[in-house]
Ligand binder design. Structure first.
Ligand code: SF4
Length: 216
């Protein structure tokens, strides 16, 4: 598909999302940039719902990044165990918190360039923070965005960074964060991983997966 057609398709998808999910927002519960950062690290390979179940107690026990940086790794592993991959996550949280204290005076940086240098922070987590805390445009390529953007035909790539840049080209910059949050909602509600509910989907008329399903 040529880039102009992809842009036209993206515009229609965006129009639909604005009507269907006007209030789409990040599902992680947070009160500060550091809480969103920790929640986002914990959400890797885990649902936001499950993360939200443990974060109130976690943030009470470790009220700031300094507390996380001083945590016992073994104890933190136990605290975050239910979110999966708890060994890596505990290590990332401790190292990331220490680095923010040492290099950024305890403040979560707002630039992509600085965020991705932090341990445990990739472009997805960086964009979550940029878009949902600092309110700057960010395309958040999580599992839902990967699946839906491919099904819709907005990208043919499977590498998250390539998908991010494909979406940056076809979605207006001011809508990047909204697009990510609302397409994620559509993925959770309708375009589910195993059984997409195409007959109930308001964007089936522009969807490549749907087109191919009925062409075969
Ligand atoms: S038509 Fe089906 S595959 Fe396409 S976006 Fe809708 S639910 Fe997903």
């Amino acid at each position: 598909m040529n880039p102009q057609d992809v842009k036209k398709k993206a515009r229609k998808v965006l129009q639909f999302l604005k009507k269907a999910y006007p209030d789409a927002k990040c599902h992680l519960v947070f009160k500060s940039a550091s809480e969103l950062l920790i929640g986002s690290i914990l959400s890797a390979q885990c649902t936001d719902k499950r993360v939200n179940m443990i974060t109130p107690g976690l943030f009470e026990k470790y009220p700031d990044l300094r507390a996380f940086s001083c945590a016992s790794e073994e104890e933190l592993q136990n605290d975050v165990r239910s979110t999966g991959f708890y060994r890596n996550k505990a290590k990332a949280i401790i190292n990331c918190s220490s680095e923010i204290i040492q290099k950024h005076k305890g403040k979560v940086p707002c630039e992509m360039e600085e965020l991705v240098k932090l341990p445990g922070v990739g472009r997805k987590t960086a964009n979550v923070i940029i878009g949902n805390y600092f309110r700057k445009p960010g395309i958040i390529v999580d599992t839902h965005i990967m699946r839906l953007s491919r099904r819709l035909g907005l990208t043919s790539n499977s590498d998250p960074v390539k998908i991010e840049f494909d979406l940056r080209r076809c979605i207006p910059e001011k809508d990047w964060t909204f697009f990510s949050n609302s397409l994620g909602d559509h993925g959770r509600n309708v375009c589910k991983a195993r059984k997409p509910m195409c007959s109930k989907c308001g964007i089936s008329h522009v969807c490549l997966y749907f087109e191919e399903l009925y062409a075969s």
